[in-house]
Design a binder for this molecule. Structure first.
Ligand code: PLP
Length: 358
């Protein structure tokens, strides 16, 4: 199989071997039949090229890996449409079509790992891979399909699924309660147009993150799609040296403001938001108040403290912590848009979500 460097696929022996982060490969690398191609990581291009002129050379590395490190007949290629644990590495739009052509030419199966990108999170589409126009042979999914309820799913083209001839059984497989939950989640995503909402609120979030990047030199890159976006924090934009202390400080400060964000390895600062997020909620937390609060200095207080060696952003703990519940559920706040819960919309009139632009 061919996977990608910086990819993450889970904690079983096989999926740890597919994963390409040493810290997530506990107990050694178990499966020697897996090869890793270069990641489409434009901000830190492994080939030292520029996205405007590279001709997606990293896609050609998949062909090179197949030709030189496999029998030439790989079983499959697996990738996350946005590499979550890798730091929301977002491939350029020509990457997956180019790779799909190589994978098909070698009679291999294209697997999209949609565990983080699936179910509307990247905006307008059900699955992240759809953003590239590529139709995968297999999709693996989980997380948002259950909206917190434990679920994993594999969807494959019929001939692939039917080619599995052995017996199979699972204690919790096909659990009726879980199936009912997932059905309801999918219905709500569809009915409330949450994939459209992810695009609208995601655009708003991107505009805010881009605005912060103009102010804060520690933000080296802003990337992602829809409600799966993040920033890469660096000590210096020129050297691009990672800034783990800054990432830790922003994460702690966000927590103090009622928002949990992730810090992958190496540390960047991604935010994976529920597809029902609202514009006010996209404005509120980590990337806004904590970072902007050094207003006028062009270096926010969190960043300044992190640089000065403080492990946490203490002054923010002293500030009144805005309640996420209050601002989301208190009904319409004059001048601040509609904050109602979706169920309140069903009971009353109007919508909490911004009208999705087609
Ligand atoms: C992209 C991706 N693939 C696979 C997995 C593994 O899923 P699970 O922990 O349900 O096995 C994860 C878990 O976070 C993930 O983010």
């Amino acid at each position: 199989m061919v996977a990608l460097r910086h990819g993450y696929h889970g904690r079983t022996m096989l999926s740890m071997s597919l994963t390409a982060h040493s810290n997530w490969r506990l107990g050694g690398v178990h499966d020697g039949s897996i090869r890793h191609a270069m990641a489409p990581y434009c901000y830190r291009c492994p080939l030292g090229l520029k996205p405007e002129s590279c001709g997606v050379a990293c896609a050609q590395d998949v062909e090179e890996v197949i030709r030189t490190t496999t029998s030439g007949r790989p079983a499959a290629y697996i990738a996350e449409p946005i590499m979550g644990v890798g730091g929301f590495i977002t491939p350029p739009k020509d990457y997956f079509p180019a790779v799909a052509e190589i994978v098909r030419r070698h009679d291999a199966v294209f697997i999209a790992d949609e565990v983080q990108t699936g179910w509307g999170r990247t905006g307008r589409k059900w699955f992240g891979i759809e953003q590239s126009g590529v139709k995968p042979d297999v999709i693996v999914a989980a997380k948002s399909l259950g909206n917190g309820h434990p679920i994993g799913a594999t969807v494959a083209r019929a001939e692939l699924a039917d080619s599995f001839k052995g017996s199979t059984i699972a204690t919790f497989g096909g659990n009726p309660v879980t199936m009912a939950v997932c059905r309801t989640v999918v219905d709500i995503i569809e009915k409330d147009r949450l994939a459209d909402n992810a695009a609208v609120v995601g655009d708003h979030l991107r505009a805010r993150l881009d605005g912060l990047a103009e102010k804060h030199a520690a933000i080296g890159d802003v990337r992602g799609m829809g409600l799966m976006q993040g920033v890469e924090l660096v000590k210096d934009r020129k050297s691009k040296e990672p800034a783990p202390q800054v990432a830790a400080a922003v994460m702690e400060s966000a927590k103090d403001h009622g928002l949990i964000i992730g810090k992958p390895s190496p540390p960047r600062t991604p935010t994976r938001r529920p597809t029902c997020s609202t514009r006010p909620s996209a404005r509120r937390p980590a990337f806004d108040e904590p970072m902007v609060s050094g207003a006028g200095t062009h270096r926010c207080r969190v960043l300044r403290q992190a640089h000065d060696g403080h492990p946490r952003a203490r002054p923010f703990q002293e500030r009144a912590r805005p309640s996420p519940v209050r601002s989301e559920s208190a009904g319409s706040v004059p001048g601040r848009g509609d904050h109602r819960h979706p169920r309140a919309v069903e009971r009353g009139a109007g919508s909490r979500y911004p009208s999705p632009q087609p």
